[in-house]
Design a binder for this molecule. Sequence first.
Ligand code: SF4
Length: 296
Amino acid sequence: MMAGGTKKRNPSDYNARIAATLGCPPALVRLPSPPPPSGPAAVPITWETPFALDHQHLDSYGKCGLRFLYTYLLGLGGRRDETPYMRMHNAVAETVRWLDRNFDAGRAEPEGFGEAFAAAWTEHGPVDHGHAEAYRTIADEMLRFLLGLRDEEGRLPPEAMSLAVAGGSVLSRAHDVVRNADGRLVVRRVATRKAPSALLKEIEYIVLDAAAEATFGEPVVVEAVHLTGGSRLPVEIPPKKRDELRAAVVAHMSGIGAGLFAPSVGSRCPRCPHHFACPGLPGGSAVVRRPLAWGR
Ligand code: SF4
């Protein structure tokens, strides 16, 4: 008896007789080893326009390379239905761009501001909505907040800037440039949205910081202005975070330049406009004919 109560049996006499009829065992053929795991193949991209992007492109690429490819390089963005709230933001953003173009160092509110806002509202705002007047009041308050900030000494013209990275450039724009009373140079970006909770993680400000330092040749103070919620916040990026973000900018630009667009499957996918196409790609190469960034 074996442990556990199993009885040991002798091999059957038939085993030898059956084995004699089977001939030689076949040679053992080893299957080839599976190939080492690899990322998706590079997509050839031809840039017929300068390889220039901005922080929104890099943010998008950092979240999902494939979505960036679909949206920006293949132009499959698809237009979202715009809510009245989004249209209100569009009208404010258009007026902010008008202020940018009509900079006047001596006047926070340049001549023609009221007319410019009215035109932007008519073209972009939710004029046909039942609460149009309420939206317009909010838009007006957002712009008044911005004009109030700009009632200061030392204002210099807005500056379009470019940062050379990995064979291309990352464009940025300082909407406000101010030489403050301490002699320090302040650069600001203005956004119509609410300030994000993790401001220091935003690539937008590391690009602004690096581009402004390269453009003006001196360290700058970076500030973030958000018109929803009316905030003006300093963006003091700790050295370690700064290195991390700068490395991310270089890695993203290098990846895009090399045609690497890895999908990033996750919780964002169900709301992605490319959900049903992903991960399919047409054959051949993509050609970028029109500039993607203009330093907005
Ligand atoms: S569905 Fe997901 S993985 Fe595919 S492109 Fe969109 S975000 Fe990226």
